[in-house]
Write a protein that binds this ligand. Sequence first.
Ligand code: SF4
Ligand code: SF4
Length: 167
Amino acid sequence: MDFSESNKDLWKEIYNSEDLLHCFNCSTCISGCPASHGEPPLLVRNLARMVVYGLEDELLDEDTPWTCVSCSQCEEMCPMDVKPFELILAIRKWQSSNDETRVPTAIVEIYQRGYTQAVGTNTELRESLGLPELQTITKMPEQLKLFQEMLMKTPVVSENDYMFKEE
Ligand code: SF4
Ligand code: SF4
């Protein structure tokens, strides 16, 4: 990898906490992270490395910070007090400031399905365990419609309405 064009001050721009420099890539944050099982997986340790190494272009293209479900488990687990969840939020904020398509793109799934994560993917596993099917907003079309009408009143959706088509 070519580091000659990396931004050595990127970590100050994004996070500005020396706690980040204490990350030693142990992966503890990943072991309890539900989004680390996604495709592609959310790997906080890799994101922390990108920030510290100043890999701006690679970080700007990273979609995985947007798959975080805000459970905060990584905050509890990190032995170096890096506060990985705070780092994820800071990366999202930085990406949104540098790429105006980030926020509307992240909202498309919420608009179409009422949630950000594919919560129905465990359907077969739940069935095999004898657990009832999850009731999500997609099974309540009237509520989903109301939710979409509410979102359509927000500037970020109405100004980009071509992106928000019903499935
Ligand atoms: S807060 Fe986000 S990054 Fe941290 S464990 Fe939960 S899903 Fe993973
Ligand atoms: S953020 Fe914390 S838990 Fe995650 S790899 Fe770095 S030191 Fe380990």
